[in-house]
Design a protein around this ligand. Structure first.
Ligand SMILES: [Fe+2]
Length: 209
């Protein structure tokens, strides 16, 4: 890792240049000429989730979305602590910033096999996939840490994703081999962009209002 101690050029070239690229290319092949063609990525994800035969386009659409979101969750010289309303809500919903980091790291480290760990804004208190909360209140709206297998992301639960860590092996194996916790710590301490997370929180709250 000659030029970047936190995420190597090799990892970026494989992860962004080959893995992410393949999800985009495969999705485009799978949906050409179908009714999914021309929909937004988010709409393809919601239209294909848990729909049996539509699993291949779901996987590729969700992975394309997740990766774009992941790249935009980091920046050179990232890390540190959030500020403003984001920090206030983290303290309210997790007790402290340290407790939140502990919870997110644990979710990322314990996702069995491939998947993702997330900070999300949850605007609806019901955890039932096919129901809406008829009487939403301000108290329902909170930050949550969740993990998801394979390509699944919190959009399918009607949560607003704010931050993600890719814990597929392709995200860390070249730099950290099997040491997933070291990759997660490096991401949180050196790469995460709290500015990106804060601006997503603003949009999530506006969308839930
Ligand atoms: Fe990935």
């Amino acid at each position: 890792m000659p030029w970047n101690p936190h995420m190597s050029r090799d990892t970026l070239e494989y992860h962004w240049g080959k893995h992410h690229r393949a999800y985009v290319d495969n999705l485009n092949k799978q949906i050409v000429g179908t009714e999914l063609d021309g929909k937004t990525l988010e709409d393809v994800i919601l239209a294909t989730y848990n729909k049996g035969d539509l699993l291949p386009p779901f996987n590729n659409a969700a992975q394309a979305w997740n990766h774009e979101f992941f790249w935009e969750s980091m920046k050179p010289g990232g890390g540190g602590e959030p500020s403003g309303e984001l920090l206030q809500l983290i303290k309210r919903d997790f007790g402290s910033f340290e407790e939140f980091v502990k919870e997110l790291k644990a979710a990322a480290a314990t996702q069995f096999g491939s998947g993702w760990a997330w900070l999300a804004y949850k605007a609806n208190k019901l955890d039932v996939g096919n129901a809406e909360n008829p009487l939403p209140s301000e108290e329902d709206k909170k930050l949550v840490v969740v993990k998801s297998p394979n390509a699944v992301n919190p959009l399918v639960w009607n949560y607003s994703p704010l931050l993600t860590i890719d814990v597929w092996e392709h995200a860390y194996y070249l730099d950290f081999q099997n040491r997933r916790p070291d990759y997660i710590s490096t991401f949180m301490e050196k790469l995460v962009s709290w500015e990106a997370v804060s601006s997503r929180l603003v949009k999530a709250k506006a969308g839930a209002a």
